[in-house]
Design a protein around this ligand. Sequence first.
Ligand code: 13P
Ligand code: ZN
Length: 269
Amino acid sequence: MKDILSAPFMEEMVRTTANMYRHGWDERNGGNISLMLDQEQVLAYLGGQVLRTIPTGFSAPELEGKYFLVTGTGKYFKNVEYAPQTNLGLVRLTEGGTQAQLLWGFSDGGSFTSEFPAHMMSHVARQKANPANRVVMHCHPVNLLAMTYVHSLDERAFTRTLWQMCTECIVVFPEGVNVLPWMLCGTNEIGRATAEKMSTARLVVWAQHGIYGAGRDLDETFGLIETAEKAAEVYMKIAHLPWINTITDEQLHLLEKRFNVQARPGFLD
Ligand code: 13P
Ligand code: ZN
């Protein structure tokens, strides 16, 4: 059996958590990632032996038999590269998603992220929107977070501001961002609310908390959050200054045409 620590998906997960930490998106244990894997990918490295079973506290029949590499609750992204086996776990969902069989990791007796409901429910929502979706990523990027204190949380207004901050934003996330008001984190309730928002956009801002991103792979999802965070950074640098120039709706329409993307209906004038 090949060493799972050298699996491409493991190396990419380790690189991604380290990168996110370096970006300042994941202080302490902030943030969590879940990466859906195919059975063949997993069985090339593991015999399928169940180490223990962890109840999930929710049901997700759509994810029956699905495999996820996921970050652990209370674990620090900065430490993942030094001890993947403690800070990450590989689980298979069974019994309608109510149970998670641990196949590898969480070697100190730990468990998956407290945001597992939001992750798993978001996977269900994104798979319906795009069956190629594999990643759900949550983190606490400083400028997006700051923006939720000083900007309207209206999704159209929030999205338009981000689109106006960097030319490429509308190309990277033409569907815009959805926004949840402050809610108690780590619950099934915020999980359901996040998943509902995920059905129409790959980015969901959690006001006064952080952001969720979803995508086909870790790189794409990282890039999505990175682009939105860069736009929020520009906004936080200029929000208190007089605005003399902006990107107009006419110019945003030109970008739509040039890059063959469709802006969220109703979000442009
Ligand atoms: P976990 O340590 O349980 O993953 O929680 C971190 C977090 O960001 C909660 O929203
Ligand atoms: Zn968080």
